[in-house]
Design a protein around this ligand. Structure first.
Ligand SMILES: [Zn+2]
Length: 283
């Protein structure tokens, strides 16, 4: 069922859990993610990468995810992720997203706030929730490259209050040693910084991108630290690719040529989704 992103995140935070967003490059992934969330009776977010949304078929995929979300027995949000381009944001909203990450993290904080505020004006008119990112999260969202932990991009807690007031952002993604893609070396989240950001953010829930590769012990305590939304891309994508590769090789060596791609994707996506959902609930 359709849901407001900020509301479901706040509801889950009050229950001591975070809501995961899974990047969907096609309907197969979204179907598996939503079905798993229904089994566990928890809300979930379907993320659309800007490269996907900006492609010719982008609006068509968003409308497909919209239909899957509306049909679900649990609250499901469709969110356009990391959108820097106003045209892509407007196309995403026209196609039916519930939320957008208006990503001005590459800009100076005051210009970032202006960009988010501008997006919020037309997004709010369409009932669309706006997330912002302050500081930067290193690495590439769509590729599993190793990303060094770049401390220079960490969010400065002293800028958070002013940024939220100027931008009107309803959720805040922050950089606290998290990276997109695979972590080079051992992840080392800056918990004191996260606590300082939370103190400045007030009622605005925090978001952590780059959850793939974080140890279970970190994921389990994110909600207690004020992180109500977690983005998962690499873990889901690499699990599906590995399942396809493994099964193709197994089929070839057995001399068979029948392979159900739908089953493979569903099984791999379901396994990762179940693991992430139960871990974020502290289980
Ligand atoms: Zn991200």
């Amino acid at each position: 069922m359709k849901a407001a992103l900020d509301e479901i995140v706040k509801q889950r935070l009050s229950a001591g859990a975070a809501v995961p967003g899974f990047t969907c490059y096609g309907a197969d992934t979204a179907l598996a993610v939503v079905e798993t969330a229904e089994h566990l009776r928890v809300p979930v977010i379907l993320l659309v990468a800007p490269s996907t949304a900006g492609a010719d078929n982008g609006p068509r995929l968003i409308r497909t995810l919209r239909s899957i979300a509306d049909d679900a027995a649990v609250p499901v949000c469709v969110q356009l992720d990391h959108a820097k381009d106003e045209d892509v944001i407007r196309r995403g909203i026209d196609a039916g997203v519930d939320a957008v990450l208006a990503d001005g993290s590459h800009l100076a904080p005051e210009h970032n706030a202006q960009f988010v505020h501008h997006v919020k004006e037309f997004a709010a008119a369409a009932g669309v929730v706006v997330e912002a990112e302050l500081g930067s999260v290193p690495g590439a969202e769509d590729r599993s490259t190793d990303a060094a932990i770049d401390t220079s991009g960490k969010t400065d807690p002293d800028t958070v209050g002013e940024f939220l007031e100027a931008s009107g952002a309803q959720l805040l993604a922050c950089g606290v040693g998290n990276v997109h893609g695979r972590y080079r070396g051992k992840p080392d989240l800056d918990w004191p910084r996260l606590a300082a950001i939370r103190a400045q953010a007030g009622e605005v829930p925090l978001v952590l991108h780059g959850a793939s590769g974080l140890p279970t012990s970190d994921l389990q305590v994110l909600a207690a630290a004020g992180v109500g939304k977690v983005n998962v891309n690499t873990e889901l994508r690499t699990a599906m690719l590995a399942a396809i590769e493994h099964n193709i090789l197994a089929c070839r060596s057995a001399g068979e040529d029948m392979l159900s791609l739908t089953d493979l994707v569903a099984k791999a996506a379901t396994g990762v989704t179940r693991d992430v959902l139960t871990t974020l609930a502290g289980e």
